[in-house]
Design a protein around this ligand. Structure first.
Ligand code: MG
Length: 379
């Protein structure tokens, strides 16, 4: 695809870290536990010409990734924002090189870079989707189903998600709670429904019962099996990929273009779950998308239980031309209240891609009435 077009820099006058705790409409269960609410870290860039907002995808605890909300807030305040102030503060394309002086912390970097980019795009009057080269004006929505104790509970949740417009179902699984629920779900929804499973790295190849479960899952007809093994077990993923017909999807370990190259070279990655907030930002996400297209590697846009603010930004990536599965845009209300319009599917089953300037979303001031704000002044 064509290179990203430089945008006029903005004059940044203030950077704030805003934290708000939002209750989940229904508790969400995964291999890492059950969550009833979500602390959301937002980066707010105040520029002379405009403002920009971005949601950091870090979660409350470092269970999905090493980053977590309090840690991301600290690394932003003490390491990333001071470097931004000392460098090209108001130019997202140049900012990435400066932020890379800090090792790791892609979620924190992504939020700062996107907040600056949002401000620049608002001044330029361009949408994030348009700037990134998105071609779709609306995309199908995929739902993520929690880890359930019984197959009946899973089927009930699947019915809710499909009634709300889900075009595919992604099911959280764990050892001992994978094969029977997914067989029951496949029988319930039929062969035509796109099903995926996400183990969040909970299976081990040196455990015979786990190997047997993974082999049995291969018979369910999944569009992909996401992160069956630990994030650092790339050689194990490569071995498993040779044994299963189901494509192995990698999520957690692909935090950069280099990580993707390594995984692909090993034969460990048959499909990529691309989360812009996990790979260091939307600019890197475009590069990963482009590389997947070059390699002929299927790719789809994952989500991290974002509010409407984060979902709007993810939609810009979900609308890129190389996407091969529906994005994580759960069509059910996750937050009550939400920070912004969560953008549910219309009557055609598709979620419209934002066309307004920037990401197309700003947090509702009423929901931000009682929040923690940390200012990050220059110098
Ligand atoms: Mg995942």
């Amino acid at each position: 695809m064509t290179p990203l077009e430089p945008l006029p820099p903005v004059t940044v006058e203030g950077i704030e870290l805003v934290t708000v705790r939002l209750p989940l409409a229904t508790p969400l269960r995964s291999a890492a536990g059950t969550r009833a609410d979500r602390p959301v870290l937002l980066v707010h860039v105040v520029a002379r010409e405009s403002e920009g907002w971005a949601e950091c995808v870090a979660e409350a605890s470092p269970t999905y990734a090493p980053e977590f909300v309090d840690g991301a807030s600290l690394v932003l305040r003490d390491h990333l924002v001071p470097r931004a102030w000392a460098g090209p503060t108001g130019d997202a394309l140049a900012l990435g090189t400066v932020l890379d002086e800090v090792r790791g912390h892609p979620m924190a970097k992504a939020a700062l870079e996107l907040a600056v980019l949002d401000a620049q795009l608002r001044v330029a009057g361009r949408s994030l989707a348009d700037w990134l080269g998105a071609t779709a004006t609306a995309v199908p929505a995929g739902a993520a189903l929690g880890l359930h104790a019984t197959a009946d509970d899973l089927l009930a949740e699947a019915d809710q998600a499909r009634a709300a417009g889900a075009a595919r179902l992604r099911v959280k699984i764990a050892p001992g709670r994978a094969v029977e629920p997914l067989r029951a779900l496949r029988a319930h929804v039929g062969e035509a429904t796109l099903l995926q499973a996400d183990a969040n790295g909970t299976f081990r190849l040196d455990e015979p019962t786990h190997r047997a479960e993974l082999a049995a899952l291969d018979e369910v007809g999944l569009a992909c099996l996401e992160q069956p093994l630990a994030p650092d077990d790339l050689t194990g993923s490569a071995r498993l990929a040779r044994q299963l017909a189901t494509p192995i999807c990698l999520d957690e370990p692909i935090t950069s273009l280099g990580a993707l190259e390594a995984a692909v070279a090993l034969g460990a990655c048959g499909i990529l779950c691309l989360k812009p907030g996990r790979v260091g930002g939307w600019i890197t996400a475009r590069a990963l998308h482009d590389r997947c297209v070059e390699l002929g590697l299927p790719v789809w846009t994952g989500g991290m239980l974002e509010t409407g603010v984060g979902r709007a930004a993810n939609l810009a990536v979900a609308a890129l031309p190389g996407m091969s599965l529906p994005a994580d845009l759960d069509p059910r209300g996750r937050f009550a209240p939400d920070l912004a319009d969560p953008r549910f599917p219309g009557s055609d089953g598709l979620v419209p891609v934002p066309t307004g300037p920037g990401t197309g979303a700003v947090p509702d001031p009423a929901v931000l009435a009682d929040v923690s704000v940390v200012g990050c002044p220059p110098g």
